[in-house]
Design a protein around this ligand. Sequence first.
Ligand code: ADP
Length: 331
Amino acid sequence: MMMIDATDLTKTYNGRGGCRGITLQVPEGCIFGLLGPNGAGKSTFVKMLAGLHRPDSGRATVLGQPLGRPEARRKLGYLPELFRFQDWLTPAEVLRFHGQLGGLRPQETRTTAFRSRVRDALELVGLSEAADRRVGGFSKGMQQRLGLAAALLLDPELVILDEPSSALDPVGRYEIRSLLKQLRGKGVTIFLNTHLLEDVEELCDEAAFLYGGELLASGPLHKLLSGTGDNVGGDANWRFRLGGWLPETWEELNDAVGGALSSLLRLVEADESGNALLTARVTDREQAGYLCALFIRSGLTLYESGPEQNSLEAWFLRMAQSQSRQGGVPQ
Ligand code: ADP
């Protein structure tokens, strides 16, 4: 089942900003990262999913239910981008309040079972020691941890986290990453809205890129990074590792393709043992296959052939720059 299934979802603020025509699916059990520069429309999109904004047009289901249904909300944990708790409450009191917001009756939040649930949630986010302190004395990072505890309190099947570690130091970020992996291991689906590319690189199975309110690319992370995603467009970088390379090999291959080799391939390095690394700009996998066949016919050993992995940062910058060159303006 798709935990989130959005078609053409649009929400603007008096015709400006927001996000437009977003179509994306989030499969069950994955960590999905929504990326994009400031003002790309990420928070607007997640607020619609969480039932806080009504879409202008388009449709979506969350946990198989249309947006805003209480049945889906009960199984949904949400950490908003901006959170502020009442200074005079303790974390346990905040969580009791959130339990009621999540649909529990007041008396259900006074049971031993609920108290133990609260203890578990605080332990999960590393706040056990601060359980009896007033929230007013909490650092921003501690408040963010408390927000995460509130999102996880009722064992959600889907968690939507809007910048969950923006206020945390590197140790805190590491802990939250470990926690999110643990949750995925239990089958929880996580929708992560984040600026932190290292989080996406380490955690996400799938990702989408928003820019200027529009979805530019989405799919499995490895496909996006290798440039072979369905909606990424452009040529892919391909790499070949070969054995048996000799000083005359380039010329021989060049003759075999009628002198067009340098328009296809680049020799990155070759050592004295005959190991060589070549890269190519290919338009599709068939073209890469043609080059593999050429190498093998020429008596070379093919050790490796595959899309060249680019770092997420390079991909992010490439996507954003290609948009600003086309006149797209971040909002
Ligand atoms: P992101 O989360 O990617 O930073 P947002 O969804 O917050 O992006 O914002 C997308 C665009 O919508 C921005 O241009 C922003 O200024 C505008 N916007 C967001 N919220 C509001 C609002 N409440 N009223 C008017 N404009 C808004």
